[in-house]
Design a protein around this ligand. Structure first.
Ligand SMILES: Nc1ncnc2c1ncn2[C@@H]1O[C@H](COP(=O)(O)OP(=O)(O)O)[C@@H](O)[C@H]1O
Ligand SMILES: [Mg+2]
Length: 526
């Protein structure tokens, strides 16, 4: 359902007070004009700087009362009046804060207006900032990013404004998907200024501008990658599963009755290829990879966090088909357990927004979330049905360690056949993929310093010198494995190896409270 239809149905259902959240005031006003024409109600536009304006069916404005800049008086005026109409209150967010208690009070009065005379008040704010108690009374409508049809209008507008010729090239409109109307206008405008025309030749310019704008949002980032599935050692079950899901995006899948896959959560030991796999998925499917930084979602201003995540999800949706990669999702979610006390429920709402969106999205956006820890993840994220599947990525088994060593040797332009891979794999029980990669690199340095060609010996020495993380994190890995046993699928083709018992001589420095004497105990000093 389009935003306009949504608004129309809510109005027809008798809602006296509506909220639209969008930066795009022009499109919001356009919607209000459409509503006013359709329902045959006069439209008034208000902002604190202009006062009250009358707006006709073409969008022409006439000053009605430029002194009516006080929001309180305005609400009372609407409430008490006998005239039917639509009032669009633009940039209303400063008055939605708790300290404006009387205004909030009057909004609640308006939300209970009788059906006649027909009065509709539309609040427009750039961010979704309704206070909690109003959320229950006022439906919020979000404006989707412009689609190709709207972008075509923007393109023609921009061309006319710049006095250049435009051909509404599909690829050009496609390049602007993910931008707001204002951003698209600017991107087209810049391209027109540079090339003095707007056609297929402008595609790279608009694409570059879009990349820049998306990066500015800080929450999302285009992540160009050429990682291949063959760069990832092991994880056979996961790869096979992904291959099947990938096909569900292909032609014919929809007709067959398949839904577009939602996404996958990769949980497990750090350094074992989760992030690498996310990149390889995007490259293999030839989808753009959008990296989403959960940690940056949480802005300082109230409402900012939710605004951030909604914007990011809208952009991802507009860029579909794409892979939305949420790396180390737990990072942004610290304190989830007690969030209601610490952040007024913001974290919970952000997670809720993400989950609801995943549930409801129809656009082919494949979410790949990774996590190194489970104790910081909210349980609702792990509940069945959120992700299509949860995979547990464990330390590589012996055969996979051989594979990983071979991959990294090949990347250093060495022939794996020249190396005693079986022996090296034998020595590296408990090593992660990242640690194996590091041992190859370390061996290269040593060989170069000795003026020798790289040999198995160099790598073996590097391995022996390494103290793998799995030694210090033994307990954590055991509890992860225990957790995953019944709740996740194994990414690997075979069960994990039992980690060797700690050798006391080489024991890892454990963090333990040393029994030193506290010098501040009264009477203890002699
Ligand atoms: N299974 C693997 N196959 C090949 N290389 C790996 C594997 N696991 C880790 N690596 C190497 O270690 C690096 C870091 O791994 P990464 O994917 O970031 O781990 P994670 O996200 O699970 O913490 C990778 O870029 C890759 O070079
Ligand atoms: Mg990672």
């Amino acid at each position: 359902m389009s935003t306009y239809e949504h608004l129309l149905y809510l109005s027809k259902a008798g809602a006296p007070l509506l909220h639209i959240s969008s930066y795009e005031w022009e499109r919001v006003r356009g919607l209000a004009i459409g509503l006013s024409n359709k329902l045959d109600l006069p439209l008034h536009v208000w902002s604190q700087s202009t006062g009250l304006l009358a707006c006709n069916e073409h969008g022409d404005l006439r000053i009605e009362d430029d002194a009516a800049t006080d929001p309180m008086e305005l609400l009372q005026h609407i409430h008490g009046g006998d005239e039917p109409g639509i009032w669009l209150l633009e940039d209303f967010q400063p008055f939605l804060r708790e300290e404006h208690h009387p205004i909030l009070r009057w909004l609640r009065e308006l939300a209970r207006l009788p059906a006649s005379p027909r009065k509709i008040v539309v609040l427009s704010t750039p961010l979704p900032v309704l206070p909690l108690d109003l959320r229950k009374e006022i439906p919020t409508v979000e404006l989707d990013l412009p689609g190709v049809d709207e972008l075509r209008v923007v393109l023609e507008d921009a061309a006319a404004a710049m006095g250049v010729r435009a051909s509404a090239d599909e690829a050009l409109l496609d390049a602007a998907r993910g931008l707001t109307v204002m951003e698209a206008r600017l991107a087209f405008g810049k391209a027109a200024a540079e090339l003095e025309r707007l056609d297929h030749a402008s595609v790279p310019l608009v694409a570059r501008e879009k990349e820049r704008i998306i990066k500015q949002s800080e929450v999302l980032e285009y992540y160009p990658t050429d990682a291949r599935m063959t760069d990832v050692g092991g994880l056979d079950q996961l790869k096979e599963w992904l291959d099947r899901r990938g096909r569900a995006f292909g032609a014919g899948a929809r007709d067959f009755g398949l839904d577009a896959p939602k996404g996958v959560l990769l949980l497990g030991v750090q350094g074992c290829g989760k992030s690498l796999l996310a990149k390889a998925v995007a490259a293999t499917w030839q989808f753009p990879l959008l990296r989403f930084d959960m940690g940056k979602v949480f802005g300082g201003i109230v409402g900012q966090s939710e605004g951030n995540i909604r914007t990011a999800l809208q952009v991802a949706q507009a860029l579909a088909p794409c892979v939305l990669w949420i790396d180390e999702i737990e990072k942004g979610l610290a304190g989830m357990g007690s969030s209601d006390q610490t952040d007024g429920g913001t974290t919970a709402r952000v997670v809720g927004t993400l989950l609801t969106w995943m549930q409801e999205k129809t656009a082919p956006v494949f979410v790949v979330a990774t996590a190194n820890r489970i104790d910081m993840l909210p349980p609702e994220l792990l509940r069945k049905g959120r992700f299509d599947e949860i995979f547990f990525v464990d330390l590589p088994t012996r055969a996979v360690r051989e594979e990983i060593l071979a991959i990294h040797l090949e990347r250093k332009r060495r022939d794996p056949k020249d190396f005693a891979l079986a022996d090296l794999a034998e020595r590296s029980v408990g090593f992660s993929g990242a640690e194996l990669e590091e041992a190859v690199r370390e061996g290269m340095y040593d060989a170069f310093a000795e003026g020798l060609e790289l040999s198995s010996d160099h790598i073996a020495r590097a391995l022996d010198k390494t103290f793998p993380l799995s030694r210090t994190m033994r307990d954590q890995i055991d509890s992860l494995r225990h957790w995953a046993k019944v709740r996740a699928r194994l990414a690997a083709g075979e069960p994990p190896e039992v980690l060797p018992a700690d050798n006391p001589e080489a024991a890892a420095p454990r963090l333990r409270q040393e029994a030193t004497r506290n010098p501040f105990i009264p009477g203890s000093r002699s």
